[in-house]
Write a protein that binds this ligand. Structure first.
Ligand SMILES: C[S@@+](CC[C@H](N)C(=O)[O-])C[C@H]1O[C@@H](n2cnc3c(N)ncnc32)[C@H](O)[C@@H]1O
Length: 245
């Protein structure tokens, strides 16, 4: 990345970008609307300028700026990591800047069904399904001491277009991460996941409230207002097998 994403975030979102209309020729209806929105989106533009792999980087940057969940020295498991923008943010945040050899060094492990281009400072396990027991085993082997301090999930199932079904599938993915958390998440650890609001949200909320000391709902500015997407941030994990309760 050209410069620290944190610096970009500091001057954001007051920036406004304007785009020309030449690439809109020959397109119609929904395609046109999507493209206009995409081209006018200041987060898309900023992601390009800063060489981050995807605009979603700004969602994690905002959450991190507000709640400081990624600190130097932490071990991060990034689920649904492709194309790698959250991992870029995590690598920058868990490794202290500067050349001091005693500075804390973190660890970032990204997992996705899709291939992810290599990223300095991150380890990728892909293609891999986080719900597959073999992936779970590999995650434990790859994480230092078998545990993460932070689990991030920006996972999203392939959308069917049926809102209720997509919602149920996303909630199931988040719940399956919580099922594996006792084996991989350090006691006192943090869990951040994407959800789409819907009828099953309460199940996920209830689990988080039971298993973490504090749970918040966060809607970052980079998350489109018209989307039902919200992030759940849970801190101070109470469990952790073999670590006592
Ligand atoms: C919105 S993208 C993530 C973007 C990413 N946070 C970034 O900033 O680059 C959602 C990802 O979740 C992945 N995904 C969905 N289900 C998954 C599963 N069961 N296991 C692993 N990855 C999954 C998809 O392949 C997709 O790449």
């Amino acid at each position: 990345m050209a410069r620290s994403l944190k610096l970009v975030w500091a001057s954001f979102p007051r920036q406004r970008f304007h785009t020309g209309g030449s690439c809109l020729k020959g397109r119609t209806g929904a395609e046109h609307l999507w493209l206009v929105r995409h081209l006018r989106d200041p987060f898309v533009k900023a992601a390009k300028v800063e060489s981050c792999r995807c605009r979603s980087a700004f969602k994690l940057l905002e959450v991190n700026e507000r709640y400081r969940i990624l600190r130097p020295g932490l071990r991060v498991l990034d689920c649904g990591a492709a194309p790698g923008a959250w991992s870029q943010v995590a690598v920058q945040s868990v490794n202290a800047a500067g050349t001091d050899p005693r500075a804390p060094v973190g660890f970032v492990l990204g997992v996705d069904l899709l291939h992810i281009l290599p990223l300095e400072g991150a380890t990728f396990l892909c293609p891999a399904d986080v719900t597959d027991p073999r992936t779970f085993q590999r995650i434990r082997e790859l994480l230092p001491a078998g545990r993460a301090d932070v689990i991030l999930s920006d996972m999203a199932p392939n959308a069917t277009g049926i809102r209720g079904l997509d919602h149920d599938r996303l909630i199931s993915l988040c719940l399956s991460l919580l099922d594996m958390a006792p084996e991989v998440l350090h006691r006192g650890g943090t869990f951040l996941c994407k959800t789409w609001a819907g009828s099953q949200s309460h199940r996920l909320q209830r689990r988080l409230t039971e298993e973490f000391q504090k749970t918040r709902t966060v809607k970052p500015e980079a998350s489109r207002k018209e989307s039902s997407e919200v992030y759940l941030l849970a801190t101070q994990y109470r469990r952790g097998k073999g670590e006592g309760l």
